[in-house]
Design a protein around this ligand. Structure first.
Ligand SMILES: [Zn+2]
Length: 314
């Protein structure tokens, strides 16, 4: 059996990272048993060889579903996350040199959605979700956020969240998930993954609208709906210490959703994130040029990075 060492996790809420880390020790023990004995659904046959790691890309590598799904059929959960991945990455060039060899989606009954950063030498991107029975909108939302982190090269053992720019990655991947929910709703209406389930597409759209409306209301409250550069200057120190998606950085999300929805070529820039020393632990004036340089290195157009730089720093 592979030895797994917990390093950290990237959760939807970065508030109280040390507390999350402590509670995750218990989850890691559960995870060991789950991996060994409870592989409950997979897009490929068990025994997928390690030698295949590194082939394919994030849109095509196998997805496996493990863990406790609280009454949901694991095969159905697999269908939902597979569809969410497909629509979120459709038309997106996947250019990163740090893509995983496999995605693992691990159902938990408690704790925040997160990525389990592990240093067992495998190329598995390990996503933890926590949903109620057949809560497919929430599953797609949580998975979409974590898939965004994976796309942003934040799935390996070096990807522990770091301020001062963690808030921007959180806002970007949250926006990526909201964009994905809109695409999923349309896809579901046209070709539902479950027979006769076209009407659920509307439920997904309503869920997305509600999430986005919450961020729009917050952005309006803090004045970020009139441009995020002034809001960034005013709240910068707060954002640089509260890096989670529940912190003040969430005011940027409506703007970033619109930027991502401007074209699939905007999304490709997420694959260039975190490919420099220091990752998000560098000042914004260094982070944004590093992102632009990384886009050039992997052949991404850099349009999103350019827009974010203009929006934040003017
Ligand atoms: Zn996150």
């Amino acid at each position: 059996m592979m030895r797994r060492t917990l390093l950290s996790q990237i959760g939807l809420s970065q508030i109280g990272l040390s507390q999350i880390g402590l509670s995750q020790i218990g989850l890691s023990q559960i995870g060991l048993a789950q991996v060994g004995f409870a592989l409950v659904g997979s897009a490929v046959a068990p025994g997928w060889p390690a030698s295949a790691q590194g082939k394919g890309n994030l849109a095509s590598v196998p997805i496996e579903v493990v863990g406790d799904w609280d009454g949901s059929l694991p095969g159905s959960a697999l269908a939902v996350v597979t569809r969410m991945r497909a629509v979120s990455l459709a038309g997106v060039r996947l250019l990163s040199d740090r893509q995983p060899g496999r995605l693992r989606v691990d159902g938990h009954r408690s704790g925040p959605p997160s990525i389990w950063l592990h240093d067992d030498g495998t190329s598995i991107a390990w996503v933890i979700v926590d949903i109620g029975p057949r809560d497919w909108s929430k599953l797609a939302y949580q998975f979409g956020h974590e898939l965004g982190h994976v796309l942003a090269n934040s799935w390996g053992p070096d990807a522990k969240p770091r301020n001062p720019c963690q808030w921007l990655e959180e806002a970007l991947v949250e926006s990526f998930s909201i964009r994905g929910l809109g695409l999923l709703a349309t896809s579901w209406e046209q070709d539902p993954p479950f027979p006769g389930d076209t009407a659920f597409g509307g439920a997904i759209r309503t869920y997305r609208d509600r999430v986005l409306a919450g961020y729009r209301a917050f952005a309006a409250d803090v004045g970020a709906d009139r441009g995020i550069a002034a809001w960034f200057r005013a709240h910068r120190s707060e954002m640089e210490t509260e890096g989670g998606v529940s912190g003040p950085g969430r005011a940027a999300i409506p703007t970033l959703v619109a930027e991502l929805e401007a074209g699939a070529d905007r999304v490709e820039d997420l694959g260039a994130l975190n490919r420099w020393p220091g990752r998000s632990g560098v000042p914004m004036e260094q982070y944004l040029p590093s992102w632009q340089g990384s886009c050039a290195e992997i052949g991404a157009k850099g349009r999103l990075a350019e827009r974010v730089k203009a929006l934040l720093l003017g």
